[in-house]
Design a protein. Sequence first.
Length: 122
Amino acid sequence: MVDDITKEFLASIKEVSKTLKELNFKFDTMTDKCPAFWIQFKHHKSKVIVKYCFGPPQYELVFSMIIHGKIYEFKDLLQIEYISDWVKKNRYIPNKQRSIYQEMMWDVELIKVVLQFFKIQL
């Protein structure tokens, strides 16, 4: 049985996939270890990989990227001044009611900044 927040996550993935496709990412894999999910997108022109993990216990959306063979979690990206400055200026502010879609779209904006920093061609 899939709960409402997981349904929202799965619906959001469909929408975010369209936006990532515009950035030359294609859907690669989805692992369903119910109730947790791992979703992976690969960049068409480079070896950049975007991963999302979503599930219990707190149903957090965990985002990471693999760039030039190195794994970058959000905390790692914040160690890069250029990216950290962008995050400070564009901090994600959640609404009263959580929106997985808005969280993921904020991540997409961050992906654009990361690609720019690493000079990854779209």
